[in-house]
Design a protein around this ligand. Sequence first.
Ligand SMILES: Nc1ncnc2c1ncn2[C@@H]1O[C@H](COP(=O)(O)OP(=O)(O)OP(=O)(O)O)[C@@H](O)[C@H]1O
Length: 263
Amino acid sequence: MTTAATDPQPAPPRPEAIRIEGLQKSFGTLNVLKGITLTAREGDVVAVIGGSGSGKSTMLRCINFLETPSSGRITIGGEPVAMRADGSPADRRQIERLRQSLGMVFQQFNLWSHKTILENLIEVPVHVLRVPKAQAVARAERLLARVGLAEKAGTYPAFLSGGQQQRAAIARALCMEPRAMLFDEPTSALDPELVGEVLAVIRDLAAEGRTMILVTHEMKFAREVASHVVYLHNGRVEEEGPPEAVFGAPRSDRLKQFLKSVG
Ligand SMILES: Nc1ncnc2c1ncn2[C@@H]1O[C@H](COP(=O)(O)OP(=O)(O)OP(=O)(O)O)[C@@H](O)[C@H]1O
């Protein structure tokens, strides 16, 4: 029997990495995000699922201001983003700084085609963050080895497969030592046989406790790696919860329908 004196204390909640409150985004008259609220604590893997056009990518792009929100609040690492009433950033330098703390990985890799893989990885650390070149190169080489591309440092992106390019893009994001990673459908542009190698890298990052928000169509993978799943429908969070609940015991008819349609 344990006594009150020896009862373990509940662990304090992990610090918040990303918090979004009441996020709205319209493109002209098209109201895409209708008030999204979501929190990712440090170490969380939040998978965002939903049908085409539900607003998943727009939400992710608003988090690092690749899109300007129409309204709402975004807090990164406890620091509220200064926004004007129309949602535009009030402090460009703050946006740049916060953006650098979020490693974004896109569907289309977005590597610089005229730079080698190593140059892609060290460009921002050396020329923007002023990391000494030798240090940036050492970090880049370590991360390339980690994603299985040690031999490709001197190669140009065009000579790599899509899976290799995406792994390089992940290594490039990690070079910034980000607080959290944002993945926007990282395997959607890949041939099916190349999907697994990219998912393996993401799985590895999740296992080491990396904070991430992952927009994905890979339901099996989302169920496997996510600590929390958010289902978006028509610009709103329709349902959310742990993967066992969202995938195993969906409550809303829309989610049930969606899972049936993808599954
Ligand atoms: N820059 C833009 N200008 C106008 N409309 C946009 C823009 N970006 C996105 N949209 C529209 O916003 C809606 C949501 O798009 P979004 O890409 O966020 O959806 P999604 O859930 O990620 O879809 P998918 O799974 O197909 O990628 C769509 O109707 C899209 O056409």
